[in-house]
Design a protein around this ligand. Sequence first.
Ligand code: SAH
Ligand code: SF4
Ligand code: F3S
Length: 451
Amino acid sequence: MQNEFIEKVKQKYGGKKIYYILTMGCQLNENDSEKLAGMLESMGYKPTKNIEDADVIVINTCCIRENAEEKVFGKLGELKKLKLTNNIIIAIGGCMMQEKEMRNKIKQSYPYVDIIFGTHTLHKFPEDLYYVLSNKEKIQDVLEIDGEIHEELPIKRNNTKQASVTIMYGCNNFCSYCIVPYVRGRERSRRPEDIIKEIKDLAEKGYIEITLLGQNVNSYRGKENYGFAELLNDINSIEGIKRIRFISPHPKDFTDDVIKAIKNGENICKLIHLPLQSGSSNVLKAMNRNYTKEQYLSLVEKIKNNIPNATFSTDIIVGFPGETEKDFEDTLDIVKKVNFEQIYMFIYSRRHGTRADKMENQIPEEVKHERFNRLKNLFEHNISKNNQKYIGTIQDILVEGTSKNNANIYTGRTQSNKVVNFEGNKEWIGQFKKIKIIAEHTWYLEGKIDE
Ligand code: SAH
Ligand code: SF4
Ligand code: F3S
C-alpha cells in the first residue's frame, strides 16, 4: 500500500525536491532514519547536507535522557524562520513522539510542525507526506499499540561497507529508569529468513561488516528453538561478511550457547558490549536488572575463560535514586576489575512514567556530577594502561577513510572496535589491512602497515 503513496508523491510532487534528516538517537534510530531516507529517495527526493536547502525536514527523536529532548526543542525553535521563509514541510517522529505530553507540547508551542509520527508508524511516512502535500493540512499519525514488523522498506544506507541490521524491535525488561519499553513497545523478533536474506543481499552489494541491533539481542526468538545463538551461527556462515557485531545483549540472558556461538564464529567480533548500569547489587535490584554484582563478574570470567581474546565495553548510569557512596564504589570496583575498552557513562535522568521517577531518594545534581567525574577519571586513567596490550601486535584493520584532522592519515578499527590511525592510501578504503600497532594515544592507537 505504501508503494501506491510513494508513486503518488513522486508523480505529483517529486522531481527536484530535497530532504534533510536529523537523527537524535541510538543506532536503532539511525537505522530507522536510513529507512526514512530510503522512502524519501524512492519518492524522488534528494539528500542535502545543508538544512536550509531542504523542502522536507525530518527530525527523528530520542527521549532516553532529558538532554536529548531539550535538543529537539532547540532545533524546532531554529526551524521556525525556515518554515516561514521557505515554505518547507517539517516532520517529527521517533521515540519522543510516542509520549503524549510531548506531542501536546509540540502542537502547542511549535504549531508549524506538519507531520508527527511515532515508532510504530514509520513505514507510513509516504502516506503521511502525501496527505500533507495534497490536503495542505497537518497530520498526527501515532499508534499506541505495538506495530507490526514491516519488511522490505526502501533503505538508503549511510555507508557502503558497514551496515546495521535491526533483528528485533521493542523491549520487555522494564529496567526501572528506562523509557524504551514505553516508546518502543514489546519485543518482536524478525523472522530468521528475513534477516538472513537482508544480510546476504548486503554481502552481494559488497558490505563486509554488519552490526545486529536490538534492545536485548540475546532474547531474540526467531521461531521455536531458534534464538540468538542460532542466528549468530547462520550469519557467521554468510559468505562475504567478515565482521559481525551486535548491540546490546543483556547480562541476564547471556546463555552458554551464545558464548559458544561467539567463540566458534570466526567472523564474530570478540568485543562484547555488556551493559553493567551499576556495580552495586542493591542498585541493580532497584533498577530491575535481574543480576547481582557477583553474577556480572562471574559472567565476565566465564566469557574470558571460553573466549581468551574477548574484550568488553559497557554502559554505566551514575546517580540512580538511592545510590550511596558505597554503591558507587562498587561500580568503581567493577571498572577496576574488568578492563573495559570503552564505557558509555550517563548521569541518571528522570523519565516521566518510569518507576525510578517515582522513587523518593533522588540524588542531588551536584552529587551525580561529582560521581560522574570520578568514574570518568578512573576510566581515563586506566585506558592508557589497557591500551598497552595492543603495542607491538598486528591487527586486522578495516580501513574506513581518512582521519578528520589530517587527510594523509587513514583510519579504521580493530576487531575490538579500537580506532587505529596510520599512513595509507585511497585504494585501501573498504579493505582489510594488517597494521602493526606502534603507539597508543588514549582514544586511538597509532600503527603502520605490516609489510
Ligand atoms: N537496551 C540497551 C540500551 C538502551 S539505552 C541495554 O539494556 O543495554 C542505552 C543506555 O542508556 C542504557 O544502557 C543506559 O545506560 C542509558 N540510560 C537508559 N535510561 C537512562 C536514564 N533514564 N538516565 C540515564 N541513562 C539512561
Ligand atoms: Fe531500557 Fe533495560 Fe530495555 Fe535496555 S533492557 S532498553 S535499559 S528497559
Ligand atoms: Fe534509541 Fe533513544 Fe529511542 S536511545 S530506542 S532513540 S529513546
